[in-house]
Design a protein around this ligand. Structure first.
Ligand SMILES: *[C@@H]1O[C@H](CO)[C@@H](O)[C@H](O)[C@H]1NC(C)=O
Ligand SMILES: *[C@@H]1O[C@H](CO)[C@@H](O)[C@H](O)[C@H]1NC(C)=O
Ligand SMILES: *[C@@H]1O[C@H](CO)[C@@H](O)[C@H](O)[C@H]1NC(C)=O
Ligand SMILES: *[C@@H]1O[C@H](CO)[C@@H](O)[C@H](O)[C@H]1NC(C)=O
Ligand SMILES: *[C@@H]1O[C@H](CO)[C@@H](O)[C@H](O)[C@H]1NC(C)=O
Ligand SMILES: *[C@@H]1O[C@H](CO)[C@@H](O)[C@H](O)[C@H]1NC(C)=O
Length: 222
């Protein structure tokens, strides 16, 4: 009796997993400014989410980035890195709540780890705004991406605070999740990449987990 139950549970896990993988958290996120995006993905680190619409006709990418700062009063950032894969070279949008309670977005041309100051980005960016809701910050922006780009290298991050006098953002943690918070965002539709647009995303993990369950179930049976 028990072995059959185990096999059934394992099979059930296998059956359930595809729908679990498809139900990303981001699909239930709504924006109070009624902005809508064609695609969204749960980013694999730092409980962060990206919503985006890519318009190939004029190479524009409208994004909404959603994340919570690592501490109340901290910052969140989303960037494209045209020249590298992670922080060095990242063209970043950084949001935090100002002293007067209103959220703001600043652009940062991050060329070195030692000098993190606001500056112009290497590509056009417009319609920039930020919202703060219940401890979460949202960055809205539209950026110009290279013509016919199929992917862009995105980098994201969350940090603990902003210096009240200098308004410099405080250093983020260097935990594994912080260091791994980058990856290619796939814009194209030709690739047949149906679900999450993140190439190095999580999609497969649940399925793998279910298969492990199945193997485990079988092992316990025999
Ligand atoms: C690109 O096209 C979109 C949708 O038609 C439009 O909203 C946006 O303003 C255009 N951007 C540029 C830079 O022309
Ligand atoms: C970003 O910073 C680098 C190094 O300081 C500089 O060469 C580059 O021109 C800057 N980009 C823009 C758009 O200002
Ligand atoms: C705000 O965040 C708290 C803690 O994460 C959560 O329990 C609560 O449901 C959230 N409220 C709203 C309105 O989203
Ligand atoms: C903010 O920056 C100033 C000037 O660099 C520094 O003296 C001060 O200690 C910083 N404040 C905090 C809370 O780190
Ligand atoms: C960031 O990219 C550089 C250059 O590509 C690489 O050497 C470094 O290991 C990367 N850092 C992390 C944390 O992955
Ligand atoms: C984005 O959404 C559109 C419309 O639903 C879909 O055709 C396309 O494949 C999606 N792109 C990615 C990269 O997921």
């Amino acid at each position: 009796m028990a072995p059959i139950v185990l096999i059934l549970i394992s099979l059930l896990a296998l059956l359930i997993s595809p729908s679990q993988a498809a139900t990303a958290t981001c699909t239930s996120q709504k924006f109070t400014n009624n902005k809508l995006y064609a695609n969204c993905t749960d980013l694999p680190h730092l409980s962060s989410y990206l919503h985006w619409t890519y318009d190939a006709s004029n190479s524009s990418l409208a994004v909404a980035f959603v994340a919570a700062p690592s501490k109340s009063g901290g910052w969140v950032a989303w960037a494209i890195n045209p020249t590298g894969t992670n922080m060095s070279g990242a063209q970043a949008l950084v949001a935090y709540v100002q002293d007067d309670g209103t959220p703001t977005v600043k652009t940062y041309n991050i060329t070195s780890y030692s000098s993190i100051v606001p500056g112009k980005l290497s590509f056009d960016v417009w319609d920039i705004s930020a919202e703060s809701s219940n401890g979460t910050l949202m960055i809205f922006a539209t950026v110009k991406v290279p013509e016919k780009a199929e992917t862009v290298n995105q980098v994201w991050q969350v940090g603990p605070g902003v210096n009240k006098t200098t308004h410099f953002i405080e250093k983020h943690d260097f935990a594994q999740a912080n260091l791994a918070a980058y990856g290619a965002l796939s814009l194209g539709t030709a690739s047949g990449n149906s679900g999450a647009g993140l190439r190095i995303g999580d999609g497969g993990h649940v399925g793998l987990f279910s298969i492990s369950l199945l193997v485990l179930g079988t092992l316990i049976v025999f």
